[in-house]
Design a protein around this ligand. Structure first.
Ligand code: IPE
Ligand code: IPE
Ligand code: MG
Length: 244
């Protein structure tokens, strides 16, 4: 069935979209370029898609930029990705107030190069002073869903040991408040460009009832039309949440 090519309004519109920005390396290899060239173009795609999502009224956008497993790549590739993140955070800090964005980080920032960690904290500080109705972009860097759950479990255990929490009072809502995504609604829609049908350790807790949309388009080729298509597909889904 042909998919609608325009975004939909109202209840069918997700509040929170999450994207696994995959396919940069293959995009570059196909063109005879080093993989890092794909990351550079992919970073531009991120900029374009973030502004589009904000413009169509998406309140929360969560993007997977670097996983806890991506350290397995060559030092050269990792360095270029860290440099790009550095450059983009500097730029975003300048633009957030003007363009009505806020930035938050998911992931273990302590595992990042110290300068990048510091920059992330500065970006966080600038963001927390901005109005809460600005579009919130969650950048997942050194992020893994399992790692996020483990870090939350450790914090909860520490609170129990300190006597401020009791093991028996832990429920889903309280546990959620210990995650990187504390206070945010779960993503209704997860988009994966790059042709793979897997989560690759993304938002394991939050995706329990997310709708999944995969496309073969590689992330550097990803366009705003693809966002419209994903939202239109989402609007046609019958979300039952275990009911009938
Ligand atoms: C996604 O693109 C970016 C990161 C994981 C950092 P890839 O680099 O995974 O691109 P492919 O999947 O190898 O094409
Ligand atoms: C997922 O892509 C991580 C990011 C997009 C940051 P990967 O390329 O790392 O995932 P796999 O290895 O194909 O599962
Ligand atoms: Mg990949």
């Amino acid at each position: 069935m042909a998919e609608e090519s325009h975004a939909v309004a109202g209840a069918a519109m997700p509040r929170h979209i999450a994207i696994i920005m995959d396919g940069n390396g293959r995009w570059a290899t196909k063109r005879g370029l080093p993989r890092t060239a794909g990351h550079k173009v992919g970073a531009e795609t991120f900029r374009k898609i973030a502004y589009y999502c904000k413009d169509i009224g998406i309140q929360y956008l969560t993007v997977y930029a670097f996983s806890t497993e991506n350290w397995k790549r060559s030092a050269e590739e990792v360095n270029v990705i860290m440099l790009l993140l550095n450059r983009y955070l500097h730029e975003l800090m300048e633009l957030m107030a003007r363009d009505h964005f806020r930035i938050r980080f998911f992931g273990d920032l302590t595992g990042l190069p110290p300068k990048l960690e510091q920059l992330a904290h500065q970006t966080d500080d600038v963001s927390s002073a901005l109005p809460k109705d600005y579009c919130l972009v969650n950048l997942c860097i050194n992020y893994g869903g399992r790692d996020e759950i483990l870090r939350a479990a450790r914090k909860y255990a520490a609170d129990c040991a300190a006597g401020t929490r009791k093991p028996g009072e832990l429920d889903e809502s309280l546990f959620s408040s210990y995650l990187d995504s504390a206070g945010l609604p779960d993503p209704e829609l997860i988009i994966r460009p790059g042709g793979e049908f897997r989560l690759s350790n993304f938002l394991l807790w939050q995706c329990a009832y997310s709708e999944f949309y995969a496309t073969d388009t590689l992330w550097p080729d990803f366009t705003t039309d693809e966002i419209d298509k994903a939202i239109a597909a989402y609007a046609r889904r019958n979300r039952r949440f275990g009911g009938v």
